[in-house]
Design a protein around this ligand. Structure first.
Ligand code: FEO
Ligand code: CA
Ligand code: CA
Ligand code: CA
Length: 582
């Protein structure tokens, strides 16, 4: 036969079929082993998981539900150790109908179940170690920690801290809050902290927003009588009629020091309040600290933050509060291929008393409305945004937009069910020369997702692409600068969610390959490499979604009759111990 031309991709694995099954699949030559499951022990005295049990105290010591963000933090702090570290995992939300028997909807959960759900939210810190080539959780670790909206006290910092709009029944100071909600993606800082994002926090609150002084603010964020959870029935803090300012304590980025299990997490109001998908930090060549963040909602915006003070590579303590103060910017894309970062500063442009902004706190609490007034570009749901340290560009996952009627710059497709991947180029040059503090970048569409075999999808890839992407959500950039894309929503097109990977530069640019497939019902979250590129941690979120505890579409990952499906983190390694796709 005719010899097939060599693929120009630098990714050495062979693509797997895009086929939905009861279990996960990974490329040949790789091992994908379950590391930790919902209900597994996190803190030393956690009880064992019992299927069907309702026990908030147990859950508050066990691995939470719907693992999303995964951050690998080497041990010791500041090292590049790729064999031993902490795994910091966020628990975005709960699926009551998959956790317990007989529930059709989370609104039917009992008070005990609601408490259990609350404890299943938040974040887990576990210690992990590679022994004999296999990743395992270190039992009884001193670092192990559960952070939950049950009992984890957090400090509110930055310009909105202590503002009247943050004062609540339980906190007249406006500087404290119990817990964090709907922690989706996240990021980490070069000084060894983890950033976890508060995304769809609106869904936990209920009551009549017209009875508060925050109606405009809450409406813009989707807080309404139609709560997604039963919590509002049992706990006053989730009812805006009883504690009208509580929702103002959510929608922030939260910074955690995982190396100190007694440290108090800090909400960083300087980064603005919206539905943060995540936040990713890069140190600019002048040691400026720049964080990128997406607001995951149809027609919402892309943001960046520049800290007021510079990073000190030799003094961890001096960096710990860098995110307390700085300037938040929102993106405005232009048809000529440029984009401007517009600052959200009280007193500038329309952000004045005339528009009911009376301080920087007001601008940050209602960041969306401030951005509306500045004329920010309405995006197709910005999910993860990450700077690529190798080529200096910034990648933006736009997951989809079912409601768009007309394209705009950077979101050109009127109907966009599959989303796209934007590439932003700061001025200055490649890698370290890229100036992330600049107010003007350029942009390009790297991948227009969709099925290249369907003309109506108007998909754009490398002509030799081996997989097609639908609904890009999270991403990882490996140490060679290659882009790993996870998806959330592909099953609508009868393909599984999972991991795609592509080169970003060279002849394999936009040549996507499919590396890992999720089990039925699950979306793919948390892609995270160890610094040596030899391990890839993946979060399998909501396996069996769309079915129920009593008739689950899969019992992944245990496949035992009594075991429900369990969201889990998987550790992927190459069988020969080498670098993934190396
Ligand atoms: Fe929680 Fe935007 O995905
Ligand atoms: Ca999700
Ligand atoms: Ca996400
Ligand atoms: Ca998503």
């Amino acid at each position: 036969g005719v010899a097939k031309a060599q693929s120009p991709s630098t990714l050495t694995f062979k693509s797997i079929p895009q086929k939905i099954t009861e279990t996960h699949a990974v490329a040949d030559g790789y091992d994908a082993s379950v590391l930790i499951r919902w209900g597994d022990k996190v803190v030393a005295d956690a009880p064992a998981f019992v299927p069907g049990q309702v026990d908030a105290n147990a859950q508050n010591k066990q691995f939470g539900y719907n693992c999303d963000y995964v951050g690998y933090m080497p041990l010791p702090v500041g090292s590049q150790n790729s064999d031993h570290g902490l795994l910091c995992v966020s628990h975005e939300y709960t699926n009551a109908e998959l956790m317990w028997s007989g529930l059709k909807d989370a609104m039917d959960a009992s008070e005990e179940q609601a408490l259990h759900e609350i404890a299943a939210h938040g974040h887990s810190v576990i210690e992990v170690k590679k022994t004999g080539g296999k990743w395992q959780v270190v039992d009884g670790s001193d670092y192990a920690r559960r952070i939950s909206p049950i009992d984890t006290e957090m400090q509110i910092t930055g310009p909105a801290a202590g503002h009247d709009r943050l004062k609540t029944n339980t906190d007249p100071t406006g500087t404290r809050v119990i817990g964090t909600l709907n922690n989706c993606a996240g990021g980490k800082t070069p000084w060894g902290t983890v950033l976890i994002a508060e995304e769809n926090f609106n869904g936990y609150f209920g009551g009549d927003i017209a009875k508060t002084s925050e109606e405009r603010n809450y409406k813009r964020l989707g807080i309404s009588q139609d709560s997604w959870y039963s919590w509002v029935k049992y706990f006053d803090r989730f009812n805006v009629e009883k504690d009208p300012n509580e929702p103002n304590k959510f929608g922030w980025m939260v910074e955690i020091d995982p190396y100190d299990p007694t440290s108090m997490p800090k909400k960083r109001t300087a980064l603005g309040r919206f539905k943060h998908e995540g936040a990713t930090v890069i140190i600019n060549k002048d040691n400026s600290v720049v964080a990128y963040s997406g607001d995951d909602q149809r027609f919402d915006y892309l943001y960046k933050f520049i800290a007021a003070n510079k990073y000190n590579p030799n003094d961890r303590a001096a960096n710990m509060d860098l995110l307390e103060n700085g300037t938040l910017f929102v993106a405005q894309f232009h048809e000529d291929g440029s984009l401007d970062w517009m600052p959200l500063i009280f007193g500038e442009g329309p952000l004045t008393a005339e528009n009911d902004f009376h301080s920087q706190a007001d601008v940050l609490i209602e960041a969306r409305r401030a951005a509306d007034l500045l004329g920010a570009t309405q995006m197709d749901r910005p999910e993860d945004v990450e700077p690529n340290p190798v080529n200096g560009k910034v990648y933006v996952m736009l997951t989809n937009n079912s409601k768009r009627k007309e394209g705009n710059a950077a979101n050109p497709r009127a109907a966009n069910p599959h989303g796209h991947v934007l590439e932003l180029t700061p001025p200055g040059g490649r890698g370290k020369d890229a100036d992330h503090t600049a107010s003007r970048f350029t942009w390009d569409i790297m991948i227009a997702a969709g099925n290249p075999a369907v003309a109506d999808d108007k998909a754009v890839y490398h002509p030799a692409a081996e997989s097609w992407v639908s609904c890009p959500d999270n991403m990882a950039i490996d140490h060679r600068g290659r882009l790993w894309i996870s998806t959330d929503g592909a099953p609508k097109s009868d393909i599984p969610d999972g991991m795609h990977a592509t080169d970003v530069d060279g002849p394999g640019r936009a040549l996507t390959k499919f590396f890992f497939a999720c089990p039925v019902g699950a979306e793919m979250c948390g892609p995270e490499f160890t610094p040596d590129g030899k391990a890839l941690f993946l979060a399998v979120q909501h396996p069996a979604d769309g079915s129920s505890y009593d008739a689950p579409s899969t019992r992944w990952p245990d496949f035992q009759a009594a075991m429900p499906p369990r969201p889990s983190v998987v550790a992927v390694t190459k069988n020969d111990g080498g670098e993934i796709a190396g």
